[in-house]
Structures are given as C-alpha cells and as structure tokens.
Design a protein around this ligand. Structure first.
Ligand code: BES
Ligand code: ZN
Ligand code: ZN
Length: 511
C-alpha cells in the first residue's frame, strides 16, 4: 500500500533544457508586466512582441490565468501565468494565494502532457523570502496530483518540477525545499485516503495506512482500539455508529514523541462511508459520502508532516473510523447510547453519526491521553455548506490563546476558516426528555449545535473544531471555487497544512 508520489521538486539558480517553461507576469495599474529578467528570456523564446500577442488574444491577466505558446523545439511549451493586479493585493493571504494560483495554473497546463517543467519564480511583493518560495513549491506539487490508483491507464506525465530562483532573499533554501516536499507528501497522503471509494478504503484499510507510517517515521507508534475492545471500554458512540456495517469500526491512534510541548491531539472524522444509516440519505449525490473520512485523512496528513519535519512536540492523531450503514443491527433513531465519558445520548437522526464517533475520540484524548489541547476537523454538517459554501470552513474554538495563531496559520496556508459563534446558549437546543442530552438540535444553526455537542466531550480542555464539510467535499457546485493548484474530482486535503502550520508556530513556541 503506497501513496501517490509527488513529482521531484527542486529549486535551482541554473536553468536546464525542460520540455516546458513557465513564467509569472502581473498587472500594475491595469497593464500587463513582466520582470526584466523574464522579459529577456521570453523575448528569446517567443519573440519581442509577446505582450501584444497576449493582449490581442484577449488575455486579461486575472489571477491564475494562463496563456500558452507552442514551439517546435525545447521548451515545446512556454506558459505565462498571471499573479493578477499586484497593486490591489494588500494582505499576506492574497499575495501568497496569487503566487500559488499562478504556479498552479502553469502546472495544470503540463501535468498530462509534458515530463518536466521549469518555472521562473518571481516575487513582485517582496514577501518574506523563503515563505513565498515554499508556497510556490507546495502549490506546484499540489497542482500535479492526480488520483490514478483506480485507473488502468494513468494520465499523469509530469515527473519533475524545478523552480528557477536567482534571488538572494531566502537563505535556508535547503530547509525550505525539504519542508515543501514534506507538505506536498502530507497532502497527497490525505487526498489518497479521503478520495478513495469506500470499498477500497474501509476502516481496515485506514488502519493499514496508519500502521504503514509507523515504519516510515521516527518516534511514531500506532495503536488501534478494535471493535471488541471499544465495546468493553464503553465507547458507545463509535460502536453504535459502526455496528451495522460489515467492516467494524475502530479507533486508530498515532503517537509522535518529538518533544515535551503538549501533548496535542488532532482528531479527524473518519467515516469511510456515510449512507445516513437508518435515517438514510437521498441517493442523489450519495457517492460523495466516500469523502466523509476527509477529517481523518487530514489528521493523518498533518500528523505525517509534523513527525517528518521532527517538530519538537508530543502529538497524537485520533481517527475514529467507521461506516454508517442501514442494517438489522444498526443503531436507530430514539436509541439511547452511553458514551465513553458516561454521558447518555438520545439519538435523533442516525445521519448525525460524525459527532457520535468524534465524541468518544475526544473524550479518550482528554481522559486517557491527557491532551493539553484538542484540534479536530470533520465533514460534520450540511448546514456549514449552506452558511459558507465551499469557500470557508467553519471555525468553532474554545482555545482563546490559540485563536490568533490559528487565523495566522490560515492566512499563510490559504485554507480559509471563518469564526462561528460558540455561546453556551446553544446548549438549549440539545436538551433531551429521555437522556442527558440529545445529539441533534432543530434545523436552525445545525453546524453550531453540532459543534456545541462536541465541546461537551472536551469539557475544559482547549478545543478547536473545524467543520470542513464544504471545503473537503467540493463536489456538487463547489468546484468552481477551487484555486488552480487544487485538481477537481478529489477531496483536496483541506486542513493538512493548517494544523501543521499552527503546531509549528504555536506549539513550538511553548516547547
Ligand atoms: N457527513 C454529513 C455532512 C455532510 C453533508 C458533509 C453534506 C458534506 C456534505 C453528516 O454526517 C450529516 O449527514 N449531517 C447531517 C446532520 C443532520 C442529520 C442533523 C446534515 O448535516 O444534514
Ligand atoms: Zn451523516
Ligand atoms: Zn457524515
């Protein structure tokens, strides 16, 4: 079981003789520009009047927009991509996102057609030297992903991407390249796991993927609480959701001991398939519920990046893995389930299964692993997609000290989160006549009441929940929002870089 491998990624000041070459251009005061260095190169390759050609062809120079010149000798293809109007870009997010989008646009033009690509890297903004370069390299790698494990004839041709960088602003170039490669691998891993169909990625397969990491990374161990043990431990949430399926549920726990900071725990919803169970979903679009394990996949990816980079933290990743299926033995609306922490929960709708498995994992992280902070993500509710479409993920956090760092991390990685309300008043929606609480409120504010349900199990441990239902499952109208470095028809690996970046800055500062 191996992961999709990224192309070779490198940065060099020496150009070679690639099949394809990419250049970045930008707009200033509404006019197209290229740097002096690029102008000379481009004039040699495609003729002096290339900017006129672009204008005559109706090229607007919007962020990420590309234009391709073809040649009879190497480079056979010369691709220009725009950063957009650089005057108007004020914040770090916009600047980095335009760099990622331009590079992503260039890579998308060659992935299935050429073997190697060189991109002349430029930074008209003067972003902190290494950061822009890292993000450019990451975006190049991410744009080259194709899910081909289930195709007889793979289409990806691109095997190597080189950024040509002649600047001097970035001193620790080798470290930057290493980190970018790791981040790309981490997102590839998350995309592979999140995008695979449920017959190829059962809880058993996820367990094998996790165990594979044990041999690949230093200071990493993996332990799995199987179905029988989960029953004995009283993990009623995990057990009831998964009991109706052929492949039984389990709690997969990865541990990385890289330092004393923490322990931190990343929890990710790992529903290998969510049919809705007895409260079965309509069949239209049900196939997208193969991606309901995107939270767990992202947790695996973020964990991989932290461990591979050797961050000085103590980190757990917890993946409550299950299939939500209708069956004679499946859990039912009206059931009362005793959870791992002792809370008695009235089940209202078996399609609200994510919060049931997550509640037990969160309680386990708090009680048994003594996590100092719990970070969670899940494709939890349709209601967050109604609120934020597929653009922002919903951020619900009860970790005041960490909020600033989390938003800063999001600004850097481009994985957008929008702060949602977390007031105690929402607990009123979870009052139950029959048990301690019910697991679903009414129709209104469904993503908030779901978040408040999860928080019940974290108690006073600093807790962050990110509802990634829209951003990790962009199918069904959301693909139009994807930036050029995210291929379509996959789960994008949303959140992997976000929690890595957060832990790098926030946790390392406390080490
Ligand atoms: N996995 C779904 C949430 C989801 C919906 C993700 C659409 C991506 C796209 C989750 O388990 C679910 O079904 N939630 C229900 C909860 C409801 C029954 C309270 C929902 O949001 O409709
Ligand atoms: Zn569901
Ligand atoms: Zn679900």
């Amino acid at each position: 079981m191996i992961f999709t491998r990224p192309p070779i990624l490198e940065v060099s000041s020496q150009p070679g003789a690639p099949e394809a070459a990419g250049f970045m251009l930008f707009k200033k005061e509404g006019k197209l520009h290229v740097s002096e260095k690029s102008r000379e190169k481009l004039a040699g390759l495609v003729g002096e009047g290339f900017l006129d050609v672009l204008e005559k062809a109706g090229y607007k120079g919007e962020t990420g927009e590309t234009f391709v010149f073809h040649r009879s000798e190497k480079p056979y293809k010369v691709i220009l991509a725009s950063l957009g109007d650089v005057d108007k870009k004020k914040g770090l997010y916009e600047k980095l996102e335009s760099v990622r989008s331009a590079i992503g646009g260039i890579v998308s033009q060659v992935v299935e057609k050429n073997e190697d690509l060189e991109v002349y890297y430029e930074d008209p903004y003067g972003i902190d030297g290494c950061l822009g370069l890292r993000e450019a390299l990451v975006a190049a790698g991410l744009a080259a992903y194709r899910l081909e494990a289930f195709k007889t004839e793979p289409k990806r041709k691109l095997t190597s991407i080189k950024l040509v960088y002649t600047g001097s602003e970035c001193s620790g170039l080798e470290d930057v390249v290493g980190e970018a490669k790791t981040l790309v691998e981490a997102v590839y891993l998350a995309r592979d796991v999140a995008s695979a169909p449920s017959n190829k990625m059962t809880p058993e397969h996820v367990e094998k993927y996790a165990k594979q990491l044990e041999g690949m990374l230093d200071n990493v161990t993996v332990r799995v609480i199987g179905f029988e043990e989960a029953k004995k431990l009283g993990m009623g949430g995990l057990v009831s959701v998964g009991q109706g399926a052929e492949v039984k549920p389990r709690l997969i726990i990865l541990e990385y001991k890289g330092g004393d900071a923490g322990p931190y725990a990343i929890v990710g919803k790992t529903l290998c398939f969510d049919s809705g169970g007895i409260s079965i979903k309509p069949s239209h679009g049900m196939e997208t519920m193969r991606h309901d394990k995107a939270g767990g996949a992202a947790a695996l990816g973020a964990f991989y990046a932290v461990a591979k980079m050797g961050l000085p933290v103590h980190l757990y990743a917890l993946l409550p893995a299950a299939m939500n299926m209708p069956d004679g033995g499946a859990y039912k609306p009206g059931d009362i389930v005793e959870m791992y922490d002792g809370t008695k929960v009235e089940v209202i709708n078996t399609d609200a299964e994510g919060r049931m498995v997550l509640a037990d994992a969160i309680a386990y992280a708090r009680k048994d692993l003594k996590a100092k902070e719990i970070l969670e993500y899940s494709t939890l509710t349709g209601s967050i997609v109604v609120a934020l479409a597929h653009v922002y993920a919903g951020l619900f956090n009860w970790n005041e000290g960490g909020e600033k760092d989390l938003l800063a991390a999001s600004e850097v990685t481009g994985e957008r989160v929008w702060k949602m309300p977390t007031d105690d008043i929402y607990k009123k929606a979870l009052k139950s006549e029959y048990a301690d609480i019910k697991h679903v409120g009414d129709r209104w504010g469904g993503s908030i009441t779901a978040a408040v349900f999860l928080k019940h199990f974290a108690k006073d441990t600093p807790f962050t929940h990110i509802d990634i239902a829209g951003t990790a499952i962009p199918m069904g109208g959301g693909e139009k929002y994807l930036p050029p470095y995210v291929p379509k028809a996959i789960s994008p690996g949303f959140g992997v870089r976000l929690y890595y970046e957060y832990l790098k800055k926030h946790a390392a500062s406390k080490a």
